[in-house]
Write a protein that binds this ligand. Structure first.
Ligand SMILES: C[S@@+](CC[C@H](N)C(=O)[O-])C[C@H]1O[C@@H](n2cnc3c(N)ncnc32)[C@H](O)[C@@H]1O
Length: 202
């Protein structure tokens, strides 16, 4: 059973990982990121993976030549992600910390920020702060790669419903939209409910 419902605290997420209630966890890298990397649209560089969970996408980007820093405040997630990277012989800089705190130390540092299923996992009241944080850690000209899910209007969460109007409003404050498209290879329950976006720091 999940011990508490305080999504701002690592204990909530640790508890979900421990009790096998991490129902977002696909156990594989995200197909839409694989396709994006196959398209060679992104030149490898430094990348920050936000709320990296068990580390599948962090591993994917690292295997494709990116210098990856992956952050998550859940020790359960980070332990798994570290083992996964070691098993694959890949070097990733894992940070076990609250991403809102960490971002203050790494302003203008990354070529890329990678977001998937973390924006919908935080308290919706902190979304403007999240968007501002994602922009602030990018170098000028750096890019946010955000796969936004779930694009519906259910109540409750996490995951909390995401609206693209809100995404455009919040991320558009400091970032310029480069592209938005429906990924051809969404996993079945997410099909039609997510969009791949790329944004550039102004
Ligand atoms: C729904 S999971 C998604 C994990 C991963 N992105 C994936 O697709 O499997 C959200 C993750 O964000 C982490 N997280 C939530 N709020 C956070 C915060 N403020 N700082 C760092 N990590 C956070 C949680 O521990 C959890 O691993």
């Amino acid at each position: 059973m999940i011990e508490s419902h305080n999504i701002d605290k690592p204990a909530y997420w640790d508890s979900r990982y421990r009790s096998d209630e991490a129902d977002w966890d696909m156990g594989t890298p995200t197909p839409a990121f694989e396709d994006l990397l196959d398209s060679k649209k992104l030149e490898p560089g430094t990348a920050l993976v936000l709320g990296c969970g068990k580390g599948y996408d962090a591993l994917l980007f690292a295997q494709r030549g990116f210098d990856v820093t992956a952050i998550d405040f859940s020790s359960e997630a980070i332990v798994h992600a570290r083992v996964l990277a070691e098993q694959n012989g890949v070097k990733i800089n894992f940070v076990q910390e609250d991403l809102f705190d960490y971002s203050l130390d790494v302003m203008d540092e990354f070529n890329y920020v990678i977001e998937y299923v973390t924006y919908c996992a935080i308290d919706p009241a902190r979304r403007a702060e999240f968007a501002s944080m994602a922009a602030s850690v990018l170098k000028p000209g750096g890019q946010l790669v955000g796969l936004f899910f779930p694009l519906d209007n259910h109540s409750g969460g996490p995951p909390f419903a995401v609206s693209m109007d809100e995404v455009h409003r919040l991320f558009g404050r400091k970032l310029e939209l480069v592209s938005v498209e429906a990924p051809p290879r969404s996993v079945t329950p997410r099909k039609g409910r997510e969009l791949m976006t790329i944004w550039k720091k102004k």
